[in-house]
Design a protein around this ligand. Structure first.
Ligand SMILES: [Zn+2]
Length: 236
């Protein structure tokens, strides 16, 4: 029986599991671009909205310019003195009044589109800045993450090598029990016996062990499992 080898194996396995988890987390962070992707998506959406808004603004500007041109032509005719017929003069004055109302409306619309376009431009600038910051942060962080990944990966490999060297010292049946329990007992299948108030207790579940168990363990013929948590008991 080489329970101390089994206990050493468990200590190695627990360290290995920690390193593996850290490695998984680092790799997940290396692959995770979600913040940046969200910001880039928002940038693309804002860009499209801004383009549409700019088109509306240009259209409103064209309409305003057009009305102004027509208004200017009407004014020229009116003040040129060429029109003397009262009915014709009245018609031109009516057209002038109509154009003036149209111009006021067109200018209101133009102003609304200008304000909306400006707001979108501001949002676009802010989002562009956010994307740049996220991009730079990632560029700065990546080398550090890759370094961590390399170091952790090397540590896991070294632990695997040590593990492979330990396995031949452990009887196959014992190893098989260890591996089965490892899956169902949260990676901890061996429990070191501890002392509490003069009694032997299971180091994991802290339940007192019957004397018969510790005697059986001392005689060393077979594996003894904790009655409560069903872990392999080990006495140092
Ligand atoms: Zn126990």
């Amino acid at each position: 029986m080489s329970l101390s080898d089994l206990y050493s194996l468990q200590e190695l396995d627990l360290v290995r599991a920690e390193k593996q988890q850290a490695l998984d987390e680092v790799r997940a962070e290396i692959g995770d671009e979600s913040d940046l992707q969200r910001a880039r998506q928002r940038l693309a959406q804002l860009d499209a909205r801004h383009s549409r808004q700019e088109a509306l603004r240009r259209e409103a500007q064209r309409l305003t310019d057009d009305i102004e041109t027509r208004e200017g032509a009407v004014q020229n005719r009116l003040y040129s003195g060429a029109v003397t017929n009262p009915r014709e003069l009245e018609a031109i004055q009516e057209e002038q009044a109509l154009l003036s109302r149209q111009k006021a409306e067109a200018e209101d619309t133009l102003l609304e589109h200008m304000v909306a376009a400006e707001e979108l431009q501001d949002a676009l600038t802010r989002t562009q800045e956010a994307v740049t910051v996220l991009d730079e942060r990632r560029i700065q962080r990546l080398p550090h993450l890759r370094q961590q990944e390399q170091a952790l990966s090397a540590e896991v490999d070294a632990l695997d090598q040590r593990r492979a060297g330990m396995l031949p010292q452990i009887p196959p049946q014992m190893l098989s029990t260890y591996e089965t329990l490892r899956v169902s007992r949260g990676g901890q299948s061996v429990s070191k016996i501890e002392q509490s108030r003069g009694m032997d207790i299971c180091g994991v579940c802290r339940v007192a062990l019957p004397r018969s168990d510790t005697e059986k363990l001392r005689s060393g013929d077979s594996l003894v499992l904790c009655n409560n948590c069903r872990r392999i008991l080990y006495m140092e």
